[in-house]
Design a protein around this ligand. Structure first.
Ligand SMILES: Cc1cc2nc3c(=O)[nH]c(=O)nc-3n(C[C@H](O)[C@H](O)[C@H](O)COP(=O)(O)O)c2cc1C
Length: 336
């Protein structure tokens, strides 16, 4: 099943029951059952965000994911800054793998283990890695400050990965942040990672719940168009994030980065979907069906965005990445 990957990669693949060392990172509201299903069926690890689900929604999401993944493994993410009301229900419904971010909770890890689930914990430092391991993490996700979306880290991956690996010993460490190509995954593997989680790359797939204006902006952008900021804080204050620069961000900076409620255009509705309205500075990225100034919304993107040349079908993307990863690893004189 593990096709001769280096042993630290093979051990991770065996642990999670998949065949390609690539994970679709949790991408919040942009994740869909169809995306997770396509990714997991193709042999990588698909996932879904259950942070904001109530128990009923969480249980039915896990049931739908089990069907969509066709018996392959998948994960659901919980951002511990929020109450995560669906956590127990998701486990009861048979969730095989959970990932925790923005917090470390040994009680939740123990509950997951009692239910037979594996737990990955996102970390941003060596000390964070030690605490996650003390809490019982089965694998670690080292998130560098190159990442799109909300960013725990202040450290680039090239410094963070060796620091986390030094703590992890035999526990697999996967990397997240700025990775959108098989070459980058291969480099991370050569540096000791057991695999990589790609977020922004999977936002630009047909199956993701992202507005086409957002997806086109990703295809047209480069790393220098991304900004690490706290501008889009409605819904989640005091959490840094990486987004594409747009007029909302530029005008806020031009005004001296004032705090709420004194920001330019504060309270303007910038897009709607059905009866729901989203104000400027909202942390919700625009979804399909959104109407309004979607280009002025929060457009999360990591520094790997310049490598995204097209919106692809998820299964084709995974298959292409697998082929390119095999070649990239062979070129380095390593495996497979
Ligand atoms: C649109 C979007 C939504 C995200 N939502 C979540 C989330 O709900 N939970 C989480 O732990 N991380 C979330 N992230 C961060 C990812 O887990 C991951 O760390 C990041 O995407 C990796 O960087 P990359 O985008 O450069 O690949 C999100 C990222 C993006 C782009």
């Amino acid at each position: 099943m593990t096709k001769g990957y280096p042993s630290h990669v093979g051990a991770f693949l065996k642990l999670i029951g998949q065949s390609i060392p690539i994970m679709q990172a949790p991408i919040g509201s942009a994740a869909t059952t169809a995306l997770a299903g396509a990714v997991s069926r193709a042999g990588a690890l698909g996932g879904f965000a259950l942070t904001w689900a109530n128990p009923e929604e969480a249980a039915s999401a896990v049931t739908a994911l089990r069907a969509a993944t066709d018996g392959r493994s998948f994960f659901c993410n919980f951002v511990l800054h929020f109450p995560c009301e669906g956590f127990d229900a998701a486990l009861e419904a048979g969730l095989p793998i959970i990932t925790l971010s923005w917090g470390i909770d040994a009680g939740k890890v123990a509950s997951a283990h009692r239910a037979g689930a594996l737990v990955g914990i996102q970390v941003a430092s060596a000390l964070g890695a030690r605490k996650a391991l003390d809490a019982g993490a089965d694998f670690l996700i080292a998130q560098g400050n190159e990442a799109g979306g909300h960013v725990q880290s202040t450290t680039p991956l090239q410094d963070l990965l060796p620091a986390v690996l030094a703590e992890a010993h035999r526990v697999p460490v996967i990397v997240a942040g700025g990775i959108a190509t098989a070459d980058s995954v291969a480099r991370a593997i050569a540096a000791g990672a057991a695999g990589a989680a790609l977020g922004t790359r999977f936002v630009a797939t047909v199956e993701a719940a992202a507005h086409d204006v957002y997806q086109s902006a990703l295809v047209g952008a480069s790393a220098k168009d991304t900004v690490f900021t706290n501008c889009f804080d409605v819904g989640w204050p005091f959490a840094m994030h990486r987004v594409l620069r747009n007029d909302t961000l530029t005008e806020w900076e031009a005004s001296g980065c004032p705090q709420a409620p004194n920001r330019p255009g504060e309270g303007d509705v910038i897009f709607r979907r059905g009866d729901e309205t989203f104000p400027r500075y909202s942390d919700t990225p625009p979804m399909p069906g959104a109407v309004g100034s979607v280009q002025s919304a929060c457009l999360y993107a990591g520094t790997g965005v310049g490598d995204i040349k097209a919106v692809e079908h998820a299964a084709e993307l995974v298959s292409r990445l697998e082929t390119e990863l095999t070649a990239a690893l062979a070129n380095t004189g390593g495996h497979p």
